[in-house]
Design a protein around this ligand. Structure first.
Ligand SMILES: NC(=O)c1ccc[n+]([C@@H]2O[C@H](COP(=O)([O-])OP(=O)(O)OC[C@H]3O[C@@H](n4cnc5c(N)ncnc54)[C@H](OP(=O)(O)O)[C@@H]3O)[C@@H](O)[C@H]2O)c1
Length: 315
């Protein structure tokens, strides 16, 4: 891998200037890296609109942020459940009406390691439905506003993309035949990455200006492994989390904040911690496996995603 463009320590929030006047939308911002990213951006004077599924958790997150940063912190929330396309549509409508600009839309929310096959309201396997289809529709519906702002889209991926099937299982997107808690999560994260790189190509072809960046948080201490994960996964994660191979949720937020704010980043790259196994360490450009940019698969996934979300995505 080439030398880190931000020096030995990699990208850190110390590089951030004043962000007053900027507006960032973050999905799944009541916890984990989304919450920490919100805090970093708010500290610099930005406005943050959280897109969360649970209003009680949103209220608590906002009150915690204001308690720490002051009552003037410009943070608000809009209810949006990525497991329900109607909810995504309602949220997008409210955003398009009431939020004047989007400097970056950070697609951060996710579910992972769900022990048994579950479905979203629209009948999608839950990892794919929430992590990919939900965000696909959201980006589609907010794209024009991001374009008007000259803004960015940030997709928070995972090193898991290379641990699962390493392909998109078009013949059984719901994993009816081979459901597996880790493989389905990894499948959804690969889908998110393929979507992002395909979106870049389409933006270029349409002469639009939106920038799209893909990053991952390494291995970070968050609430991602919840009680619906298999016992063995929860047990392993609790041991790993106590070791230095896993970093804080705050550090896990650096790549997405960097991708939302930093100039001179290479869109074709994949960003995150560059240390051991790319789980921790200085934030910069990471190694990415070439199968992510399988063009035929990216195009097919785009078509399938338009069909499944019921919304053509024309740029
Ligand atoms: N932590 C890691 O080591 C790690 C590693 C690789 C990739 N990642 C990625 O990092 C991102 C952030 O995850 P995290 O680790 O910070 O996990 P987290 O603490 O569990 O945060 C995930 C957020 O997503 C929200 N969410 C889940 N389902 C949703 C839905 N249907 N609609 C709207 N929001 C929903 C959660 O809301 P609730 O609180 O209501 O559940 C929560 O706010 C994810 O994209 C994940 O794939 C994390």
């Amino acid at each position: 891998m080439s030398k880190n463009q931000f020096g030995k320590q990699g990208w850190t929030p110390e590089r951030l200037g004043i962000l007053s006047g900027k507006t960032y939308l973050i999905t799944g911002a009541n916890a984990g890296t989304g919450f920490e990213a919100s805090k970093i951006l708010l500290k610099k004077g930005a406005e943050v609109v959280m897109l969360n599924r649970n209003e009680t958790k949103s209220a608590k997150a906002i009150s915690d942020l204001k308690a720490e940063l002051g009552a003037n912190a410009k943070v608000s929330s809009i209810k949006m459940d990525l497991a329900n396309l109607a909810s995504v549509r309602n949220a997008a409508e409210e955003i398009n009406k009431n939020v004047p600009k989007i400097d970056a839309l950070i697609c951060n929310a996710a579910v992972a390691q769900i022990a048994k096959q579950e479905f979203t309201s629209d009948g999608f396997e839950s990892n794919l439905g929430i992590n990919h289809y939900g965000h696909f529709l959201l980006v589609n519906l907010l794209f024009d506003k991001v374009e008007q702002t000259g803004g960015r889209i940030v997709v928070v991926a995972s090193e898991g993309y290379k641990m699962g099937l390493k392909t998109i299982q078009f013949e059984d997107m719901n994993f009816d035949k081979n459901y597996h808690p880790n493989n389905t999560y990894c499948h959804s994260k690969l889908a998110q990455m393929m979507f992002a790189y395909e979106l870049q190509d389409r933006i270029k072809a349409a002469n639009k200006t939106v920038k799209v960046f893909v990053c991952h948080p390494g291995a970070s201490k968050t609430s991602l492994i919840k009680k619906d994960a298999p016992f063995a996964t929860r047990f392993m994660w609790s041991i790993m989390s106590s070791l230095p191979i896993v970093q804080s949720a705050e550090k896990g937020a650096y790549p997405e904040v960097m991708c939302a704010t930093e100039d001179h980043l290479n869109q074709e790259a994949y960003f995150g911690p560059t240390g051991k196994m790319q789980w921790t360490g200085p934030v910069g450009e990471c190694k990415m496996e070439s199968f992510v940019k399988n063009k035929a698969m990216m195009e097919k996934l785009w078509t399938v995603s338009e069909e499944q979300t019921g919304e053509p995505f024309q740029l």
